[in-house]
Design a binder for this molecule. Structure first.
Ligand SMILES: NC(=O)c1ccc[n+]([C@@H]2O[C@H](COP(=O)([O-])OP(=O)(O)OC[C@H]3O[C@@H](n4cnc5c(N)ncnc54)[C@H](O)[C@@H]3O)[C@@H](O)[C@H]2O)c1
Ligand SMILES: O=C(O)C[C@H](O)C(=O)O
Length: 397
């Protein structure tokens, strides 16, 4: 599909196309350090500026068409997006936010719960440009997925107090496997954004399913870790009294406990933290999911902030697909940035085919390096668990 993009205020001037062409190799070259720093600085600036553009875009989507605003997408050929698990806590809020996105012309809401049909009818009454249809059960999955540009998957059970994300594996692994099989069958070229936990394992599962089907393209499968960045930006801006729209804290690694590693030393705009602030923020960001699970006291995990984060990630993916340059988000993807770690979250450049470039980690402090060393074995075990699940478990036909 094609999109007419006339965004003029985005960050294209701040970062050129080769801005993160710094590869894994260059990271180890001392002489290139300062240029990497400059590039990272430019990236952050670009992210901050493009985020402002995103907010403007969302606001503009709320104005009535015909008003004197920039036209971002031709109304007759926007994107088709499916939400799998659309009747759930994340799914419903996310679907509402996507309904407000003018880049989307068709929303397909899929769930195993019959209520999804009602959710779709409810949402279809909102007077925004996209159409909405509900699909229930495996026999309707194909219709939901046919022609999709982007598939977002929040299907699966959430945590209760006392559980780790890995405790969800026994149920959610099979759910993600079967839904990814649907993607392989019905829209193998779509970008797939996986929210279902444990993300550290479900993303490898999805990749293995696509490989089994001979349809794997590493640019197309992403684990949504955006909530970690959203939280980090919020906590840092509150602590430091900064404008939250300007703040960008990269979060790398994975999405569970100590595998979540905020790189506070790379905060944009450059910000200094005391040792105690660094320690407190790092621990809080790593435990923020648990903070919500405990506050909800058995009623589930983060849904609203997650929907917000997924809508932001979804929009970034669509902006990349539409050909907009300089779209960056951290995401957990197939990567060779860290040796022996086949999946890792770092900043990614999003483009016409999905993930166009994966950024290196960049310079980190000794404190961050300690956490990095600690997280690797844990993350690797969770990756291997996902890969073995597909190797060992017969596929559902
Ligand atoms: N990546 C993140 O940062 C992040 C953040 C929050 C939650 N999560 C995860 O997202 C998942 C969903 O959380 P929630 O709070 O929305 O849960 P929820 O229970 O409210 O909703 C889950 C939905 O998935 C549906 N579902 C179950 N099996 C399905 C299948 N095979 N096909 C389609 N739909 C199916 C359920 O019917 C339900 O509507 C959980 O695994 C949770 O841990 C991830
Ligand atoms: O913590 C959870 O279980 C949900 C999610 O991964 C989160 O970070 O909020």
């Amino acid at each position: 599909m094609t999109m007419m993009m006339t965004t003029s205020s985005t960050a294209s001037s701040a970062v050129g196309n080769n801005s993160i062409a710094c590869t894994h190799k260059t990271r180890n070259v001392v002489s290139s350090r300062s240029s990497i720093k400059t590039q990272q600085h430019q990236q952050r600036k670009a992210i901050s500026m493009s985020r402002k553009a995103t907010k403007t875009l969302t606001r503009r989507s709320q104005t009535r068409r015909g008003a004197s605003v920039v036209v971002y997408a031709s109304q007759d050929d926007g994107f088709k997006v499916a939400v799998l698990g659309a009747a759930g806590g994340i799914g419903q809020s996310l679907s509402l936010l996507l309904k407000m996105n003018p880049m989307i012309s068709e929303l397909a809401l899929y769930d195993v719960g019959q209520i999804v049909k009602g959710v779709a009818v409810d949402l279809s009454h909102c007077n925004t440009a996209s159409t909405v249809n509900g699909f229930c059960g495996n026999e309707e999955l194909g219709e939901a997925l046919k022609g999709c540009d982007l598939v977002i998957i929040p299907a699966g059970v959430p945590r209760k107090p006392g559980m780790t994300r890995d405790d969800l594996f026994s149920i959610n692994a099979g759910i993600v496997r079967d839904l990814t099989q649907g993607v392989a069958d019905h829209c193998p070229n779509a970008v797939v954004a996986i929210i279902s936990n444990p993300v550290n394992s479900t993303v490898p599962i999805a990749c293995e399913v696509m490989k089994q089907n001979g349809k794997f393209d590493k640019r197309k499968i992403l684990g949504v870790t955006t909530l970690d960045i959203v939280r980090s930006d919020e906590f840092v801006s509150t602590l430091k009294g900064l404008d939250v729209n300007d703040v960008d804290v990269p979060v790398i690694g994975g999405h569970a406990g100590i595998t979540i590693l905020p790189l506070l030393s790379q905060t944009f705009p450059q910000t200094s933290f005391s040792e105690k602030e660094t320690e407190d923020l790092t621990i809080r960001i790593q435990n923020a999911g648990t903070e919500v699970v405990e506050a909800k006291a058995g009623g589930g995990s983060a849904t609203l902030s997650m929907a917000y984060a997924a809508a932001r990630m979804g929009e970034a993916i669509l902006r990349g697909l539409s050909g907009e340059s300089d779209v960056y988000e951290c995401s957990y993807v197939s990567s060779d940035i860290v040796p022996d770690m086949p999946f890792f979250a770092t900043k990614c450049k999003l483009g016409k085919e999905g993930v166009e470039e994966v950024s290196p980690i960049g310079d980190i402090t000794a404190y961050e390096q300690e956490w990095l060393d600690k997280l690797k074995p844990e993350l690797k075990a969770q990756i291997d668990k996902g890969i073995s699940f597909i190797a060992d478990a017969p596929q559902k036909i």
